[in-house]
Ligand binder design. Structure first.
Ligand code: SF4
Length: 425
């Protein structure tokens, strides 16, 4: 597991946060955002209960999918920053969200993305005139400190749900608890959260775990100790600087990246709690274990909607989103347990039904597959969902592409969607 570099870092110095959300700016921004990402087809399908049948093809849309409130806000703020600081250089720390199409759009607007590997070096060269957008995932405290030192203006789009996790892990550090964070150590959000887990004084500790195998290993160590060197080798840099499993697993608090699979996070919480109880006894364990579920509402709604959709018969599932999007990845994991599931970035991945380019979570690479179900002439029901960072226009393109490949032209699909969405007289 690769991971964040964890040098002690106190809470960020005062940053020059600017409010770009004035009513005049936001009115124009929202109109611009709509032109880029709106979909009339998706709106009509939602009005019609999420189902559209034309010929032998039925599309079933999940109840909740696509842009969440945090992503909508982040995009609005980035567009507003560009507008308000039209004559200044506007930088973005990495990606605003994990969707290549949205990031491409921001680049076309002149917003300069600083790749993660160059954050520190590039930020150190900025001037007070420069503007830095912090993405929805937030940023590590050491980066916020550099931005403050350089005197740049900051447009902070960090989602409120992410900040709730920070509040929790800071609290753990204050009480002398190590944060066990369920997440991907290299993910921007988890890096930002890990830096807060070191507390305001920078002397707290964290351990990031991803799989249930990791959790079982940690639980064994909590119960009966183990080989310290092996532990540190296994978790590499997924731990805070100076982390010692013999000392820092005594009092633990569990938190999670906001976009994890809920069932897995709950299992992790149960296993760690049980390990602490086995070691300390139920009464003492209450002093040494804390938990706080920090999966965000939007992630949960998208997962629950997919479970609901899977209760009805479906032949194939298409999940649309960025391949590095954590919440989208979990939708794919849920789907592929039940039926043939294709994780596609855009409609362009559907070159034909014998040439579907999709991301394989297990290979961690794109591959090309064939779908018998979609290619034939038999009636087919296709489920469609999308991660929290996927705009509606990409979902629309995907639906249209499925119909077109099955012989139904776009105009016919749009007309039928409008018809089924119309109120019954
Ligand atoms: S997925 Fe959740 S945490 Fe992330 S931006 Fe959306 S609402 Fe916020």
């Amino acid at each position: 597991m690769s991971a964040p570099t964890a040098s002690p870092s106190p809470a960020p110095a005062k940053t020059r946060r600017v409010n770009v959300r004035t009513p005049e700016v936001m009115e124009r921004v929202q109109a611009e955002v709509e032109t880029h990402y709106r979909s009339v087809l998706v709106e009509n399908l939602r009005k019609a209960g999420g189902v559209l049948t034309v010929g032998h093809t039925t599309i079933r849309l999940a109840r909740d999918f696509g842009f969440c409130y945090g992503v909508e806000r982040a995009i609005d703020l980035a567009y507003a920053a560009r507008r308000v600081f039209a004559d200044r250089k506007v930088y973005l720390l990495g990606e605003i969200i994990h969707n290549p199409e949205v990031n491409r759009q921001l680049q076309e607007m002149g917003i300069i993305s600083i790749p993660i590997s160059e954050h520190e070096a590039k930020l150190s060269t900025l001037d007070p005139d420069d503007v830095v957008i912090v993405p929805a995932f937030g940023a590590e405290t050491r980066l916020m400190n550099i931005i403050s030192e350089r005197g740049c203006s900051v447009v902070d789009t960090t989602c409120g749900d992410v900040m709730s996790v920070w509040k929790r892990v800071r609290g753990y550090a204050k009480q002398g608890f190590t944060s066990i964070i369920h997440g991907k150590a290299e993910h921007e959000e988890t890096r930002a959260t890990s830096s807060r887990a070191m507390g305001d004084a920078g002397d707290g500790h964290f351990l990031v775990v991803l799989t249930l195998d990791d959790v079982d290993y940690v639980c064994d160590y909590i119960r009966k100790g183990g080989n310290r060197e092996e532990f540190l080798q296994r978790f590499g840099k997924s731990v805070s600087k100076g982390f010692d499993p013999d000392k820092h697993l005594t009092r633990v608090g569990v938190a999670n990246q906001t976009t994890m699979l809920k069932s897995e996070t709950e299992e992790l919480q149960r296993r760690v709690q049980k390990a602490v109880e086995d070691r300390d006894g139920a009464e003492v364990a209450k002093q040494n274990f804390q938990v706080f579920d920090t999966i965000c509402g939007a992630t949960q709604e998208r997962q629950d909607s997919l479970f609901d959709m899977l209760r009805k018969p479906l032949d194939v599932l298409l999940v649309v989103g960025g391949y590095n999007s954590s919440n989208t990845t979990h939708l794919v994991e849920i789907g592929e347990k039940e039926l043939p599931t294709f994780f596609i970035r855009t409609a362009e991945c559907l070159k034909s039904f014998s040439d579907i380019v999709h991301f394989d979570l297990h290979l961690k690479a794109e591959k090309t597959s064939y779908s018998n179900k979609l290619a034939g002439n038999d009636p087919v029901v296709v489920g469609v969902t999308a991660g929290a960072s996927c705009p509606n226009n990409l979902v629309e393109d995907t639906i249209i592409r499925v119909f077109e490949l099955r012989g139904t032209p776009k105009a016919e699909v749009m007309a039928e969607a409008e018809r089924v969405a119309a109120p019954v007289e």
